[in-house]
Design a protein around this ligand. Structure first.
Ligand SMILES: Cc1cc2nc3c(=O)[nH]c(=O)nc-3n(C[C@H](O)[C@H](O)[C@H](O)COP(=O)(O)OP(=O)(O)OC[C@H]3O[C@@H](n4cnc5c(N)ncnc54)[C@H](O)[C@@H]3O)c2cc1C
Length: 393
């Protein structure tokens, strides 16, 4: 097993890092550094800069705009973007809907949607979860009844990230309620968010921010041409998509950046007359996270080595999601400890000593990051997957 990078891979990393230094807009970098929420326009601005460079969809086939990079190059690119503090790329179109269309879509669907996703013309969201159907996704109840050349959709999705900004939603719907297995009779539909009968209502997260929504479908008409794969075979599509979702959650580069920021911040904070970073108990906690992060990076390399050898990683790829999100959460906790009272969850006044946009954002961010162990399949469910499929328990 080879857990090192080749000279060519290291040269590629330097090329990406240099390009990011020159092309990542300063204002976007600053917003990410201060944990500010980015608007749809800001997210799409960064998307379009990468699209113009030809780097927006590395994993797509080259005929659709993919870069032709190896899996290691793709990982290095993601890591460098995270480390540089680039805005996140919203995955719903690029990394979820597009791979599904590439594998299961008709030629017409590919021609219609892929170029628009590539160039950041459509903003997508994911309509999987419903009230009572999160971990037990296959129990979903939203129905789609076929009438000639269209479906009539009724039901409700929930926790739909960025639905209030989205032009399109991909949805799991029940087209046959009479099947014995609940996984059967589910279909995968692409729905235009401007269709009459769709209502989006905000759900505020713990940090008070509007990021997720409830989406209601009331006699919504969807052309049959927007069905992906066969009717009733949506569960196959759903499982394929969830595999892609899990690969994107480790965020090692972003955690490396946060760890560096934490150390820098803790070196400036004084406790008992010395920098907090020199406090043995605090230092011990930081070291533990750093070791976990290094171990995660090595585990990631192990999966990359499998992919390099043409072998798909097994269910234990869920480890990346579990440990990656635990590290992200631990970093927000240590950042709160480092800030102490400065991290109080209220807006700073002009004369408050030590407050700035960074420390004022720490408590909301800490609250916001509780989500990471829930979304993309909760960490408990990931442990079940490993136990069942990898360990045979
Ligand atoms: C911020 C955020 C954004 C999200 N964005 C989207 C989105 O864009 N689109 C979308 O479709 N969904 C989205 N989700 C939904 C997410 O996928 C679900 O919240 C998640 O799958 C858990 O489902 P649930 O909330 O219904 O909780 P439940 O399934 O009710 O689980 C409750 C608790 O019980 C545990 N649990 C459940 N079953 C088991 C079991 N068998 N073994 C052990 N423990 C179990 C869970 O781990 C959890 O801790 C988002 C969620 C959040 C928090």
């Amino acid at each position: 097993m080879d857990l090192t990078y080749s000279a060519t891979e290291l040269a590629f990393r330097d090329e990406v890092s240099a390009w990011l230094r020159d092309n990542l807009p300063v204002d976007l970098r600053a917003k990410v550094a201060n944990y500010a929420h980015l608007t749809r326009e800001e997210l799409l601005r960064w998307h379009r800069i990468l699209a113009a460079k030809g780097w927006i969809a590395p994993s797509w086939p080259t005929e659709w705009g993919g870069t032709g990079w190896t899996v290691v190059q793709r990982y290095l690119f993601e890591e460098e973007c995270g480390y540089a503090g680039a805005p996140p790329l919203i995955p719903f179109g690029l990394a979820m809907c597009a791979p599904v269309l590439l594998k299961f879509g008709t030629e017409a669907q590919k021609q219609c949607f892929l170029p628009r996703i590539y160039h950041g013309e459509d903003f997508w969201c994911q309509g999987y979860s419903e009230p009572g159907s999160g971990s037990d996704l296959a129990s979903l109840k939203t129905t789609a009844v076929r009438c000639a050349d269209h479906y009539i959709v009724n039901g409700q999705k929930t926790w739909t990230t960025m639905a209030h900004m989205a032009d399109w939603i991909f949805c799991l719907v029940r087209t046959d309620p009479s099947t014995e297995r609940k996984q059967d009779g589910i279909s995968f539909l692409l729905i235009d968010m401007r269709t009459p009968g769709i209502t989006v209502r905000p759900l505020l997260l713990m940090d008070g921010h509007h990021e997720v929504n409830e989406v209601f479908f009331d006699d919504v008409t969807v052309p049959v041409a927007n069905l992906v794969h066969e009717e009733g075979k949506g569960w196959t599509v759903a499982k394929y998509l969830l595999g892609h979702e899990r690969m994107n959650t480790a965020r090692i580069g972003a955690s490396r950046r946060e760890l560096a920021k934490l150390k820098q911040f803790a070196a400036q904070q004084m406790k008992d007359g010395r920098p907090l970073l020199d406090d043995p108990r605090f230092r011990d906690k930081v070291s533990r996270v750093e070791v976990e992060l290094m171990a995660l990076a090595v585990t990631n390399l192990r999966f990359l080595d499998q992919l390099r050898g043409g072998r798909a990683p097994g269910a234990d790829v869920s480890m990346l999601k579990i440990t990656g999100t635990e590290i992200q959460q631990a970093l927000t906790e240590l950042m709160m400890q480092a800030a102490g009272p400065l991290a109080a969850a209220f807006a700073p006044t002009d004369d408050a000593v030590g407050f700035d946009a960074f420390t004022a954002a720490l408590a909301p961010r800490y609250c916001n990051f509780r989500k990471t162990s829930i979304y993309a399949g909760s960490n408990e469910i990931q442990r079940n997957i490993i136990a069942k499929l990898s360990l045979g328990l």
